[in-house]
Design a protein around this ligand. Sequence first.
Ligand code: ATP
Length: 517
Amino acid sequence: MSDKQKSDVSKPNLGKIPEPPNPSEEPRTTFSAVGVPTGTPPSDKRTSESLRDEPGRSEVSPKSSLEDIVSLAKRRGFVYQGSDIYGGMAGIYDFGPYGAELLNNIKKAWWKANVYRKDNYVGLDSAMFKHPKVWDASGHTSGFSDPLAECKKCNTRIRVDKELEKIGIAADEKMSEAELNKLFDENRDKIKCAKCGEQDFSAVRAFNLLVKSNLGDFTGKDEEPVYLPGEASQGIYLNYKNVLNSARVKIPFGIAQINKAFRNEISPRNFLFRTREFEQADTELFVKPNENKEAYEQIKQDRWSWYLDIGIKEENLRWKQHENLVFYASDAWDIEYNFPSLGFDEIEGIHDRTDYDLTQHMKFSGTDLSYVDAQTKEKYIPWILETSMGLGRVFMAVLSDAYQIETMESGDQRTVLKFKPELAPVRYAVFPLLKNKPELVAKAREVYEKLSEKYVCEFDDNGNIGKRYRRQDEIGTPYCVTIDFDTLDDDSVTLRDRDTTDQKRVEIGRLVRDDLL
Ligand code: ATP
């Protein structure tokens, strides 16, 4: 571990999840907790009728803050600070039991839309480590940097382009060091250190974001370091020829993959928004030169529709076109999401990259990456249309979009995550009405076993039904299934809908066959 990394570990943690203001007083239920009846049994023999007393919903609270989302994410096991017991690491997060499910469901929805539903796209899973020359060819070793300045009093580092943007000055990381220093000097009096309030910063210097490893280096000299991937897409370019030769594809065809990326971000912040380790879901469409425009528009439309399909509200999305294009790019747009407390910011980039990537790899590797059209015998370097989505940012968008505080008719409040059922970490929660009635518990276990063949389910026999509903609302479970004494007679259960809180009687067979709604 380098000195820099050491100092980051012990530094106050910029991205640390604050302790929730109001930790849940409810005992946690595990995914597969087996109900053992304990506690004082109520004397009456209750049936489905008594489940219908859940107070209805009424008002919805105004938009939540990022702190609310972060607090819920930690309290309910969606996201934890990385290496929490050692004080955490800036910009590193772990996904907990519900977070891992939600993340997987987002990935599945993306893979389905981009691989299974497109007959000219194939999937890929490339290794993270790549030949060191890959990052020379891609321009990352020379140009993948952010502009950094350091507070001379407390050594806090700032990302200068982002600080300039905050005060309304158009700046970005692609500008030269000289350009950024000029802009920074003109505006130093408007930028304060967030930690100590001083305005005494060093000059701006470009800081390379690639993270090094010592893979295969037994000399300790670090002469040709193997980098961790700065972006996931390079694995696709490297395998373009392999896929072409093995997967019976022809232009235009696409390759999709989900893979990790690592960046030595100067100031990781805003929860999952800017982290040092994250996942990207990328697609690259290989097209004939100059046949890019129509395909690019189609890709933009498809990506916009995907966000609506996974349940993101359209009013929380917008397009932003890049003003400063890199020299090889023909067009570039971002899809932005309106994050609570942060406002609109990028979740995905859609780039028309011409033939730059394959030409560079051809030059650096000496391998011919041109394409020969089997019919016309035309030979060319394909152009590339790329989509690159950050999974952490989309996870945060999905969580924020689903989060609601509702005031019930009783005056009580409920926190509810209104995920699309396909994304919800748990599809069905199964409750025996009373945990001290072995016949109800056994029947509930039987229903749980059947449903969990198809779906992620949770078994909960702890506390009254209202409290169990609240726990499931907080993790976004769309359906709660209660087994009562009527179930033993007629094989029907009470099915409660998360969003409406309506309850209806349904046969168990209909749940299992999935012909519910
Ligand atoms: P930014 O300008 O915010 O640094 P970028 O333009 O460098 O982002 P890309 O290199 O285009 O981002 O990466 C594609 C996607 O990867 C982004 O749209 C974003 O969702 C995600 N991403 C990039 N950097 C990070 C990061 N540090 N933490 C989490 N996600 C990230």
